[in-house]
Design a protein around this ligand. Structure first.
Ligand code: FAD
Length: 327
């Protein structure tokens, strides 16, 4: 880690300005930023902490849910209103990492963390994402890598929270340097390698996340949800696969469905083809299996990660049944 100046600010705009104009690294919980500094993947002259910016750590739950960017994963997982209205979101936070990390890691940081691909993280190696000629996972150790969208770069997006937020049509509110504000759907927050191989999200330098919003419409109508994850070990690990499922039921019939996969692609992956197979059907094991199988149609596994397809189908089938109250 190089030497850097440590700064604290009291507004998000001040942090954004330092990031945009001086190249400062913005630190929320610091879990990922600290690793990036240690790995020499970033070498900023200054690091700016937003921990003293007021009111960033609140969850407001009424008809909609508004999540402050510095709400920790532990706080989100323990929030009763979130658990009752948007169970998949609470579970996705509670299933990430370890208790210590969840107490430090923030929701904004979770969405904006950089990939965990070992070729990307190794400071000695120049992979395509760091400006090299090729994705080193293609002919390398690729057991944890992407099975969709992996042609130019095979990272998987590491966030648990992102698939769950996308299942609930969540948005993020941001403020840019100069004060302009915008609202972006979480589904549109992420960037495929084909669009830009060097970044994972669309935020501009210095653009700060002010809140994450789960709209009232996504919470209405008694929607039920589930979040499933498979890890190599039970704690302290990133997912091999995860999925968020949200179902709006009319008795045993499915009125609406959302299926979003994580850890399979460089971006969280909504599977509308599988959703369509559920809508209008009565939920049972056979319907869940057909939809789960369709969700993995078109996968292009690499040499060592073909196991993700059958494992993912089994995991997703369980999540669909759980969301529909059948497990
Ligand atoms: C051992 C281990 C296991 C893990 N397992 C999982 C897992 O299973 N699932 C999972 O999802 N994650 C996992 N993680 C990742 C962890 O959840 C994230 O690193 C963490 O959530 C990042 O949050 P942070 O607040 O520490 O972010 P920081 O490291 O502070 O920031 C990360 C990025 O977000 C930016 N940022 C933060 N806040 C804002 C804001 N308000 N506006 C604009 N930019 C902002 C920062 O500038 C930086 O670029 C794991 C991490 C470790 C170390």
């Amino acid at each position: 880690m190089n030497r850097f100046e440590y700064l604290e600010v009291t507004t998000l705009e001040m942090a954004g300005k330092l990031a945009a104009e001086k190249g400062a690294a913005v630190r929320a919980g610091g879990v990922d930023v600290q690793d990036l500094l240690k790995e020499h993947l970033i070498e900023p002259a200054s690091v700016v902490s937003i921990r003293n910016v007021p009111n960033l750590q609140e969850i407001k739950a009424g008809e909609n849910i508004s999540i402050g960017p510095r709400v920790t994963l532990a706080q989100l997982a323990a929030d009763r209103a979130v658990a009752s209205k948007a169970r998949a979101i609470a579970i996705s936070a509670g299933e990430a990492a370890s208790p210590q990390i969840r107490n430090q890691a923030t929701c904004a940081g979770n969405l904006l963390q950089r990939p965990r691909c070992w070729y990307f993280r190794n400071e000695e190696l120049l992979c395509a994402r760091k400006g090299g000629p090729e994705c080193l996972a293609h002919d390398g150790e690729n057991q944890y890598h992407a099975i969709f969208g992996n042609k130019n770069c095979a990272i998987v997006h590491p966030s648990n929270l992102a698939p769950a937020l996308i299942a609930f049509d969540a948005t993020v509110k941001t403020v840019k340097v100069g004060g302009a504000r915008r609202e972006i759907s979480v589904a549109a927050l992420f960037v495929t390698p084909e669009t830009d191989i060097h970044k994972e999200h669309v935020l501009e330098p210095g653009e700060m996340m002010e809140s994450i919003e789960v709209p009232a419409a996504a919470l209405a109508g008694g929607a039920k949800s589930a979040f499933a994850v498979v890890r190599e070990k039970q704690t302290y690990d990133w997912p091999l696969l995860c999925a968020a499922v949200k179902l709006t039921m009319d008795g045993k019939n499915i009125k609406d469905a959302r299926i979003v996969l994580g850890a399979v692609c460089p971006v969280p992956l909504r599977r509308e083809n599988a959703e369509k197979l559920l809508i209008g059907k009565s939920l049972d094991e056979s319907a869940a299996r057909v939809a789960a199988t369709a969700a993995f149609d078109g996968a292009t596994p690499l040499a060592q990660n073909g196991y993700k397809v059958p494992m993912g189908i089994a995991m997703l089938m369980r999540a669909i049944l759980e969301a529909g109250g059948l497990s």
